[in-house]
Design a protein around this ligand. Structure first.
Ligand code: BES
Ligand code: MN
Ligand code: ZN
Length: 490
């Protein structure tokens, strides 16, 4: 996507479309009023007939200016209430603009309101990248990628340098998020652990990251028996991925982010019913989010060393499949009794988290589509956060608000720990239904040692069965922006 600064007046600028923002209840004032006058009252008629009041996420399109302005069409987007107006509203306006105009327009001009404070252009253009996203490569007549380009009309001192910096950051965040969406949307026959690892290697190559990938022999040699158990019913090879971002200056600290990368979850021998199995290609969304963060880091250049870890395999029912009643010794030596082969995510994460704990990171954060129980508790649109460290949890919650991703904390509960106590091993992989998201987290807690750790269960928001106002159908890219904000204060 290309961005340029436009110095023309909104009536003169030449573009396929002009976007103007309206605060809730503000009516037609300022630029809107000026444009309405030039168009002989057409905007007023449109806004009134659509009963449009500037609500966030809404927009009305004037399909033609009939030559009365330099642009062909005018989109009025809602910016929500004046109180609280800022970057989040601008990002949403960007998403809505791209969604409405991506098919019919190439060049879009944005009124001065979108650029008159530092950070505004970044938020707006981030939204444009996100809103332009489409996944149609498997449609025979699918269209090519978006042709959108932005003209940022600026009356104040927006410089070329600031434009380049802000749109550059937005591009890193937007393109990484869109990569995560692609990875999740790809069918499972294509997005295997091997392919995921190839993509990770490509990200490392491009961004100058350190990259280690373990195949079945290395996983065996290192004693990652959790991954070995879960992969045993599949004819696809497992992969353990370790990328490292090293800042150019001495790092202020080291963190590890860990993702669940089950490229298809059939449930294993405790097989899922058909309706629950559909969409289980998305069970690698945590891993995809980790790769998305790693892809963005070289452009954002934080002074933090970041380890990105992914445990990836399929959960299938082949002849070698692991079974209920099996006992597995995880990477850190703890033994796990298998109660349910469909609680496989926590088993592969037991290896990945204990590997992360060895890296002497100051903080470990994992992202996993771990439990249906989390969806029962919080609904489809909010991720659960569980942590052994209140300070770390607070930082992530704050970042999620900035990022516009909904995350809510659930407690770890000592009394619930009894649910995963095993008679034959150190711990068992499933308890009763009650508090299922929490007992899953408390299972994971066994593998992080003393390290401050937080677990994000994104089973709900990682994948959308229907398109939302601010995210596409399918993979949403959830988690990338929160993790980047938490790390970088962007
Ligand atoms: N991948 C699923 C969780 C999931 C469910 C993600 C729905 C996204 C949407 C996970 O591996 C799983 O099957 N969890 C079981 C655990 C149970 C067997 C203890 C669940 O939630 O039912
Ligand atoms: Mn499962
Ligand atoms: Zn799963």
């Amino acid at each position: 996507m290309k961005f340029i600064i436009g110095k023309e007046n909104i009536k003169k600028v030449k573009a396929d479309a002009l976007v103007l923002g309206m605060l809730k209840g503000e009516g037609l004032s300022g630029d809107l009023k000026e444009m309405d006058k030039a168009l002989g009252g057409e905007l007023k008629t449109l806004v009134e007939s659509e009963k449009f009041e500037g609500e966030e996420g809404k927009a009305v399109l004037l399909g033609s200016t009939f030559g009365r302005a330099g642009v062909k069409r005018v989109l009025v987007v809602g910016l929500g209430a004046k109180r609280g107006f800022g970057r989040a509203a601008l990002r949403k306006a960007g998403i809505v603009s791209a969604k409405r105009l991506r098919k019919s327009s190439a060049s879009i001009a944005f009124g001065p309101r979108f650029s008159n404070k530092p950070g505004y252009v970044k938020a707006l253009s981030e939204g444009l990248y996100l809103g332009a996203y489409e996944f149609n490569k498997y449609k025979t007549n699918g269209e090519g990628g978006s042709r959108l380009s932005g003209i940022i009309l600026s009356s104040d001192g927006l410089t070329e340098k600031r434009l380049a910096t802000e749109t550059g950051l937005a591009r890193a965040v937007g393109e990484s998020t869109n990569l995560v969406r692609d990875l999740v949307n790809e069918p499972p026959v294509y997005m295997t652990p091997t392919r995921l690892a190839e993509i990770a290697a490509g990200i490392a190559e491009e961004g100058g990251l350190k990259c280690e990938i373990f195949g079945p022999e290395e996983i065996d040699r290192r004693g990652m028996r959790g991954i070995q158990a879960v992969t045993s019913g599949s004819d696809q090879e497992p992969r353990f991925i370790h990328l490292t971002y090293e800042p150019s200056k001495k790092p202020a600290k080291t963190i590890a982010i860990v993702g669940k990368g089950i490229t298809f979850d059939s449930g294993g021998l405790c097989i899922k019913p058909a309706d629950s199995m559909r969409t289980m290609k998305m069970d690698m969304a945590g891993a995809a989010a980790v790769l998305g963060v790693m892809k963005a880091l070289p452009a954002l250049k934080p002074r933090v060393r970041v380890h990105g870890l992914v445990a990836s395999c399929e959960n299938m029912t082949g002849p070698g499949a692991y079974k209920p009643d099996d006992v597995i010794r995880a990477y850190n030596g703890k033994t796990i009794e298998v109660i349910n082969t469909d609680a496989e995510g926590r088993i592969v994460l037991s290896d990945a988290l204990s590997y992360a704990a060895e890296l002497k990171a100051a903080e470990i954060v994992d992202m996993a589509t771990l439990t249906g129980a989390c969806i029962v508790g919080l609904g489809l649109y909010t991720a659960g956060l569980m942590s052994n460290d209140a300070k770390l949890a607070g930082k992530i919650l704050e970042a999620s608000r900035e990022a516009g991703e909904k995350i809510w904390e659930l407690p770890l509960d000592d009394e619930l720990r009894a649910e995963i106590k095993s008679d034959v091993a150190d711990i068992k992989n499933a308890g009763s239904r009650w508090g299922g998201a929490i007992t899953a987290a408390m299972f994971l807690e066994n593998f992080v040692g003393e390290t401050p750790w937080a677990h994000i269960d994104l089973a709900g928001p990682a994948y959308a069965e229907r398109e939302g106002e601010f995210y596409p159908k399918g993979g949403t890219g959830f988690g990338v922006r929160t993790m980047l904000d938490y790390r970088l204060g962007l």
